[in-house]
Ligand binder design. Structure first.
Ligand SMILES: [Zn+2]
Ligand SMILES: [Zn+2]
Length: 286
């Protein structure tokens, strides 16, 4: 049994705690009015979370932290070969490298047609709130686990760094999806450092050129650095159309439709291209 030296249940507490916190803030400071049944959406999104937990429990029972600890004992990967076992440096390097890996994984999910088929489920939510954070098709979960395992072993990521990232990521990701009225000045300063609700909202626009922007998970710097940052949707933050061009009916939000989405995506659509506007502003009233 590997001794981790820290409590691996703390990231779980951060995950469920941030869900509860932002669910509560959404009740107090809601932004856009729900246009679709939240019961149906939440049913699908929590069902996807259940599948994700099941897949992770079967494939990597102890999580990637245990894999990282094992790789460390074997001296596998970049950071482990640099003899940075102690101190803050490997922890900081891991948090940054892991976030960078997540950025590029996300870009490839948009760029490669077969990956987009899985990731489209996240974008097909027709209202965005804290539960959209949970909305990932099992195919995407599998892909993400494989990418994660490869990154942990080849980069020799620090278990403590993964632990810190696993606390940071759910808080920032849930905040960046939460349907909350956000102070513009706070957002302006915060988005110098991390992905914010208003910046990630652009990523959920139905206009493909806007969908293909703001990919970062925790630190927004990757979008600045690689030229994928977009400040706001063309239609304005309170009026833009959420979702994708296809899958726009209330039936598309049900569990059965969500699970079969990768097989029903229109074939002739390019993986990444400017899209025509799908609806006029009047339908997207908030
Ligand atoms: Zn995306
Ligand atoms: Zn999102």
């Amino acid at each position: 049994m590997l001794e981790l030296g820290f409590d691996p249940t703390i990231p779980e507490a951060a995950f469920y705690g941030s869900l509860a916190l932002f669910a509560l803030i959404e009740r107090i400071l809601p932004r856009r009015k729900d246009r679709y049944s939240f019961m149906v959406r939440w049913g699908s999104n929590f069902f996807l979370l259940t599948l994700e937990l099941l897949i992770a429990w079967v494939l990597v029972p102890g999580g990637l932290i245990v894999l990282a600890a094992y790789a460390q004992t074997q001296g596998w990967g970049l950071l482990n070969s640099l003899s940075l076992e102690s101190g803050l440096l490997p922890v900081i390097a891991t948090v940054l490298l892991w976030d960078l890996v997540k950025y590029w994984e996300h870009r490839l999910l948009h760029r490669i047609p077969w990956f987009w088929r899985a990731h489209v489920v996240h974008h097909a939510d027709l209202d965005v709130d804290f539960t959209t954070t949970l909305r990932h098709h099992p195919f995407e979960v599998l892909l993400s686990l494989v990418v994660g395992a490869i990154a942990v072993v080849t980069l020799g990521l620090s278990p403590l760094g993964i632990f810190v990232f696993s606390i940071l990521a759910p808080v920032v990701a849930t905040m960046s999806h939460a349907n909350i009225r956000w102070n513009k000045t706070v957002d302006k300063w915060l988005r110098l450092l991390i992905m914010t609700r208003d910046a990630h909202a652009v990523h959920h626009s139905a206009l493909r050129k806007e969908t293909d922007s703001n990919y970062s998970v925790v630190f927004i710097w990757w979008d600045y650095l690689f030229g994928t940052y977009r400040a706001a949707p063309e239609q304005g933050l309170d009026r833009f159309d959420v979702g994708v061009e296809y899958f726009r009916t209330p039936q598309d939000l049900t569990v059965a439709r969500v699970l079969t989405m990768p097989f029903r995506i229109p074939k002739d659509l390019p993986s990444s291209s400017p899209a025509t506007a799908t609806e006029d502003g009047s339908e997207s009233a908030t």
